[in-house]
Design a protein around this ligand. Sequence first.
Ligand code: NAP
Ligand code: ZN
Length: 354
Amino acid sequence: MEIKCYACLKPGEKLSEWSYGIPSTPGANDVDVEITHCGICHSDVHQIDNAWGVASYPLVPGHEIVGTVVKVGSGVTSLSVGDTVGIGVQRGNCGQCEQCDMKREHTCPKITKTYAGPGKDKGGFADFIRYPADWVFKIPPKYSRSHAAPLLCAGITTYSPLKKWTPPGGQAVIGIIGVGGLGHVAIQIAKALAWRGKVVAISTSPAKKEECESLGATDFLVSKDSAQMASWASKFDVLLNTVSGIFDLDAYLALLKPDGVMSCVGLPEKDQKCGVFMQSFVLTERRIVGSYLGPKLDYEEMFVFCEKNNIKPMVEEFPSEQINEAIEKLRKNELRYRAVLEMPAAKKLKTNGV
Ligand code: NAP
Ligand code: ZN
């Protein structure tokens, strides 16, 4: 079976049409999904640029995938042909290590991913993908496919740490640093968790203020304005750092209360180090923690939470032929707020009136 896709052939290059072959029958535990939509995450751009030094080429990015199951392996019981499903970053885990035993499959040392892993797997900027059924999730009917797509990465990556670190009671003061694909979903999730607290969008882009407020932010803080930053010093219980580039870690840490937590999900380039003055967190016992994707159990929980709280990504749809234009807009920080590609199968759905 031939899979048509968009690939990056060399680091930093534009994507071009490409194809690769797979056996016609899926493995016993796999499903084949005809992709209708795929979000574009900044991680895709980092990988295109080989920013983390782990990409393998030809690289077929894309890990916010929504589509329709078209074939199921002989051992698959959880999914059927015709199901509308989603796929995120994680492709597999060993199932035998301490992390997997603790239901922390996302930190399994043998984690495999949608693409660019050791097996040189290919991702979702494609018309089909073959995937282990264990890591394929049903999409709740409430969501349109293009709005569901960003939840498969931006949703899970912000839901998991916000749920983990937000103090209970709804009164927390939460800051979301960086309002992009992840950040704009995070504002909505934070609002649902701190419904009578404060949710502060912390941004380098003053033009995003009104949209942030419409997403649920109670306040908007321009991070380049040192007077504004000083007025919010030591006020936050939780900061979620979604910044994709290099930043002044000390300036953001100053915003946390003593014992407050900055959960970092942004993953700038390998060569862009964010240095820290140790006094920015040692004397106050502020905490800097990492957060990666989320455990498998959180995916379904995240969808239920988002559905219940009317959380809806703001998307800009692009026909798949305009993939390079969409990536360029992401690079320029011009998207509001997530680009979602419509693959050829999406047109078929539209024609059929679905
Ligand atoms: P995005 O849409 O480009 O958003 C990133 C936002 O960060 C920008 O919109 C901008 O917001 C802000 N920003 C960019 N450069 C900055 C700088 N130098 N200083 C301060 N702010 C800056 O990216 P995304 O798709 O949300 O992804 C964000 C990061 O998370 C990426 O590094 C990605 O690789 C990473 N990621 C991690 C995980 C995980 O599991 N840990 C999962 C997915 C993605 P403002 O205009 O508001 O300032
Ligand atoms: Zn992502």
